[in-house]
Design a protein around this ligand. Structure first.
Ligand code: ZN
Length: 97
């Protein structure tokens, strides 16, 4: 079976995961999957919860880019990995390094 390439803009790596986003099945490499998770984590910290619906897939030619539907500040302190796995009703806090 041919391994698809990551569908994120300017990325040529081999995809390792499929994500169902906006009713489209998209293939991403590890790095861009982590980018999606990190965006969802930021949204979760801001809104108390995050869903894949909070992320819009913007087409750029044959590739895609993630656009958050929630306004995420450009500069956000680094999020500690212990907040990954956020639960609803729990507002995470973050500290500046
Ligand atoms: Zn990629």
């Amino acid at each position: 079976m041919k391994i698809p390439k990551c569908e994120y803009v300017k990325c040529d790596r081999k995809a390792s995961i499929y994500v169902l986003l906006n009713n489209k099945q998209l293939a991403f490499c590890d790095e861009h999957y982590r980018k999606l998770i990190s965006l969802l984590t930021k949204i979760a910290l801001l809104k108390n919860a995050a869903e894949l619906e909070n992320v819009k897939v913007k087409r750029e030619g044959k590739k895609v880019r993630f656009v958050s539907k929630v306004k995420v500040p450009r500069k956000m302190p680094r999020i500690s990995s212990r907040y990954i796995g956020l639960v609803r009703e729990y507002m995470g806090t973050y500290t500046r390094k």
